[in-house]
Design a protein around this ligand. Structure first.
Ligand code: PLP
Length: 454
């Protein structure tokens, strides 16, 4: 498929009265192509039934397609046994299922990095409060290298579960997961990988990797919002206590008791998001049609260009590894003298460039390094040269309009504000007011809260 054919399949990228949007926020959620929209519409139009409850033809049809979607995800993620695939709302729920589902003993240790998404952090804090688990936090270096010795040292203390991102949503680095899993297993620890930013971009061979739990959000890989899953190895999955129980999770009930169904069904309580799951599986077909290698090349080309053209700007500070090859689909950067939320509004209003700003649901990363937040552009299969050019143009214009302040720490290196929204740092609000054409005040309001949610 040509790049033009791909873009044509994404209605959100079609020209509109206010221009062609340059969507550079796929790490937050990807756009949805027409075949996914059609697959979902077909469910409602042609076989709108409840799987596994009624016996009529609609129910039979949806049951078959829902299980086919399970097999499709297992195949895509390299799991031989589809019974390890549990459909959930998102990766957050998948991580919670593991966290809240494992039978913990007070003092058990969980190892994470200091660059985790809140979804792979808050659940452990809660378990520390409620169940007495302990957190081992491995600090990661800015250059993208993995501190193997530190990892080994902490593993040696006796870790029950290693829970790490596969690819980071903050700066796009990918961890050496094969080595991580091997070493953890050698020490008897289970491994959970947060695959949110990896599965959409690279072939994940979960069985070959021998990873116990792999969490994914399908809405980052062309699926509809609110679709995700846990792709687990059958043995470890069977040890989890379901998060939610009720209809669909049980073999039978009496007024005195119940018997749970086997995995994965015991984890999928209540009527499921059939349209969403079936749509998400159509998203995988689309990804395979384009090819993950082609997608990798497309986003790498965009990342290389943006890096090449902006890295020389003295006021642009790149986050993470310097080579775009080591940052997957992400170009994260701070601008001296400009608050990241102001920059995002300016890029949107002035250049139709849609990026993410703030602290990217990784507050602890920013807090630990005393960073106020940054802009993140993320690329995917539909990113084209015009998108990259618009971002470069927008950043250059913003820097021209906002003179460098002598104290650049105010905007880019100031202490992250605690709790909720990252309010623009002093000075930068005025700077953006001078720079951003105030066409849409809603966007400006939005910027105030965007960073708080992540
Ligand atoms: C690395 C990573 N982990 C977890 C999540 C949480 O995903 P969701 O909100 O879909 O559960 C995200 C979302 O941005 C992410 O990038």
């Amino acid at each position: 498929m040509s790049a033009r054919d791909v873009r044509a399949d994404f209605p959100a990228l079609h020209p509109r009265p206010d221009g062609v949007p340059h969507y550079l926020d796929s790490a937050c959620m990807s756009l949805v192509p027409r075949p996914v929209l059609e697959a979902m519409a077909r469910y409602y139009a042609e076989y709108p039934g409840c799987a596994g409850r009624s016996l009529h033809r609609f129910a039979e049809e949806v049951g078959t397609r829902y299980e086919a979607a399970r097999e499709r995800f297992a195949r895509f993620l390299g799991r031989a046994d589809p019974r390890g695939v549990v459909f959930l709302r998102n990766a957050t729920e998948a991580i919670n299922l593991v966290g809240q589902g494992l039978p913990w003993t007070r003092g058990d240790r969980v190892l994470i990095s200091d660059q985790e998404h809140n979804s792979n952090l808050v659940v452990w804090h809660r378990l520390a409060e409620e169940r007495g688990i302990r957190l081992e936090v491995v600090p990661l270096a800015d250059d993208g290298s993995f501190p193997s010795e530190e990892y080994e040292r902490r593993l040696a203390r006796g870790v029950r579960l290693v829970s790490l991102f596969h690819t980071s949503n903050v700066d796009g680095r990918t961890l050496p997961v094969r080595e991580i899993v091997e070493r953890a297993h050698d020490r008897g620890a289970l491994v959970l990988l947060d695959g949110c930013q990896a599965a959409p971009h690279r072939r994940v061979e979960a069985d070959r990797l021998d990873v116990d739990f792999y969490a994914v959000s399908a809405h980052k890989m062309l699926g509809p919002t609110g679709t995700g899953l846990l792709a687990a190895a059958p043995g470890p999955l069977a040890t989890l206590r379901p998060l939610v129980v009720g209809g669909e999770t049980v073999e039978w009930t009496t007024v005195d008791g119940y018997a749970l169904r086997p995995p994965p069904y015991r984890f999928e309580a209540g009527l499921q998001n059939y349209a969403g799951v079936i749509g998400a599986a159509a998203g995988l077909d689309y990804l395979d049609r384009v090819g993950l290698e082609t997608i990798e090349a497309t986003q790498r080309a965009a990342n290389e260009r943006v890096t090449r053209e902006l890295a020389d700007e003295p006021r642009v500070h790149l986050l993470g590894p310097s080579s775009p090859a080591d940052r997957s689909s992400i170009f994260a950067f701070a601008l001296d003298g400009v608050d990241s939320n102001d920059a995002a509004v300016f890029l949107d209003e002035g250049h139709e460039v849609l990026v993410r700003s703030g602290r990217h649901c990784a507050h602890s990363f920013y807090e630990r390094r005393r960073l106020a937040g940054n802009v993140r552009a993320s690329f995917y299969l539909y990113t084209d040269t015009a998108d990259a050019a618009a971002l470069i143009r927008g950043v250059r214009e913003l820097l021209e309009r906002v003179p460098a302040t002598t104290d650049t720490s105010a905007a880019t290196r100031g202490r992250a504000t605690r709790g909720g929204s990252a309010r623009p740092a002093a000075g930068s609000t005025r700077a953006a007011a001078r720079s951003a054409p105030p066409r849409r005040t809603a966007a400006r309001r939005r910027a105030g809260s965007a960073a708080g949610s992540g």
